[in-house]
Design a protein around this ligand. Structure first.
Ligand code: ATP
Ligand code: MG
Length: 489
């Protein structure tokens, strides 16, 4: 058995005060050691009611059925389970008839591949006829799908051994590729020859990175070598499929380890990562290169797309901005470069519009100094368009950033928490931090003779500054006087 592949890129720079990963601060935890697994064929898994019912309906119709895929894997690992996929010997038309007969809804979601979705009380289940995939001439889709006669045949087409397990509440687990043993050892391994499997469908390369990040599994050596050797096949995979895997990758619980391990594979879709790996950060504030610093920042933010993507991009501009002054490296203006690079990535890949809008705002602001006082917090809130959710996310990033620098910087994580507390206090006190909160509006400004256009916004911004600085109370008369004085300046 080949050795498993882990973190060839982990920085070996020495440090003496403990890794930020070891800081126990009640926040996002560093990757844990994989849970030992005691699965056996006698294992009983808790099946959702709808799934047990579905097995019974298929069996009453004369078919065989098994639970497969992510449900079996996640239930064995003790992870939260979401959808249950079912594989059956029945053709999809007989599945449809059996479920309609039982009063369920059905939708022909992928009948060309033998998949039908059945719905009970709004809860969908995917049921797929046993199948084998024909050849893959385009590296994306099987040229043909043939229906198979047994569950064992069906399991052969699945990507990784831990995803090629089938479970039935009476018959237990079928494990033709030693998936249970790989699970116990925390190994991700292809079913069959890895080069062949990646040449059939290159998305599996990114699925491997994603499972490493979600599950904390180490990638089997032969599988990893094939991922590196096959990565250019990712050019054949659609942006949508790539994006979906990358988002799950960045939101994984073990993203630090997975990013350090998979960076050279991910580089095919995110080439910007390569320069980060080579950027040492020769300054007293850092103990990691930009890549490993970033990996820790991502790891230590809440597992939400906004925070995780912003964290991945926050220092991406450092390699371009870096210059030496004597022995010390500087990165002035790097946040603006990071914004440019993030914008490029978010347009190259189909990021949702809300992330294209919000991520650059956080990347731009991540390094701005916000002292822990009400005035500074109100100002930053104003710069964020009054978006308290963005301010919270900025605190998440600032906190994670502080914990991923030299140990003497770690107390800055407390400043981020103070900023969060101040924001909550400002909300409680209903103090103004957005032009929307002012006792005057654009119409009032125009009534004083300003033409509709950017000047109205500039004057309202100046009024908000005056209110935040407590030069003017947030009262209508006082603000109208202030606006008039601005006009005659
Ligand atoms: P999750 O649902 O948590 O994302 P999953 O493993 O269930 O993970 P799905 O995309 O729902 O992933 O696929 C269900 C199962 O189908 C997988 O467990 C695997 O057995 C198989 N599978 C999915 N995609 C592929 C693929 N590209 N190549 C081979 N098998 C696949
Ligand atoms: Mg699934």
């Amino acid at each position: 058995m080949a050795a498993a592949h882990r973190n060839p890129n982990t920085s070996s720079r020495p440090y003496s005060y403990g890794s930020p990963a070891q800081v126990q601060d009640g926040g996002v935890k560093a990757p844990s050691v994989k849970a030992p697994l005691a699965a056996a064929s006698s294992t009983r898994l808790e099946l959702p009611l709808a799934a047990s019912e579905a097995l019974r309906i298929i069996e009453n119709a004369g078919g065989e059925a098994w639970c497969v895929g992510g449900f079996v894997r996640d239930a064995l690992l003790g992870r939260p389970v979401h959808d249950v996929d079912i594989a059956t010997s029945l053709p999809w038309q007989r599945v449809r008839d059996a479920f309609e007969g039982a009063g369920w809804g059905t939708a022909e979601t992928g009948v060309a591949h033998g998949t039908i979705t059945v719905v009970r009380k709004g809860e969908p289940l995917e049921i797929t006829t046993y199948r084998t995939d024909g050849s893959y001439s385009d590296g994306r889709h099987p040229d043909s799908v043939a229906f198979a006669s047994s569950i064992e045949e069906d399991l052969k087409r699945r990507d990784f051994t831990i995803n090629a397990l089938a479970y039935h509440p009476k018959r237990g687990i079928i494990d033709p590729f030693d998936g249970l043993s790989d699970m116990r050892r925390g190994i991700l391994r292809c079913v069959g020859d890895p080069l062949t499997r990646f040449s059939e469908d290159a998305l599996r390369i990114l699925r491997a990175c994603r499972f490493a990040s979600q599950l904390g599994v180490a990638i089997d050596e032969a599988t990893f070598e094939a991922m590196v050797a096959s990565k250019s096949l990712l050019r054949k995979v659609s942006g949508e499929r790539i994006y979906r895997e990358l988002e799950r990758f960045v939101c994984g619980d073990h993203v630090h380890d997975a990013l350090m391990t998979c960076v050279d594979v991910l580089a095919f879709v995110l080439p910007e990562l390569v320069a980060m790996k080579d950027c040492a950060q020769v300054t007293k504030y850092h103990i990691y290169d930009v890549l490993e610093h970033t990996a820790w920042v991502v790891q230590r933010t809440p597992p939400e797309p906004l925070q995780r993507w912003s964290a991945l991009f926050h220092d991406m501009g450092k390699p371009a901005a870096a210059f030496f002054e004597g022995e010390v490296e500087h990165f002035y203006g790097h946040a603006a470069v990071s914004v440019e690079l993030a914008g490029g990535i978010m347009h190259r890949l189909p990021f949702p519009a809300w992330l294209r809008r919000d991520v650059p705002v956080l990347v731009r602001a991540h390094d701005d100094v916000v002292p822990a006082n009400t005035r500074a917090v109100r100002r930053m809130l104003g710069r964020l368009g009054g978006r308290t959710d963005l301010f919270e996310a900025l605190c998440d990033i600032k906190r994670a950033d502080a914990l991923a620098q030299a140990p003497f910087c770690a107390p800055r994580a407390n400043t981020a928490e103070e900023l969060r507390a101040l924001m909550r206090q400002i909300l409680e006190e209903e103090a103004a931090f957005s032009v929307k909160h002012l006792a005057v509006n654009g119409r009032d400004v125009m009534a004083l003779g300003v033409e509709a256009g950017p000047e109205v916004g500039r004057i309202l911004d100046a009024a908000l500054d005056a209110v935040i600085d407590e030069r003017v109370p947030n009262e209508r008369e006082a603000l109208l006087t202030f606006v008039s004085s601005e006009l005659y300046d």
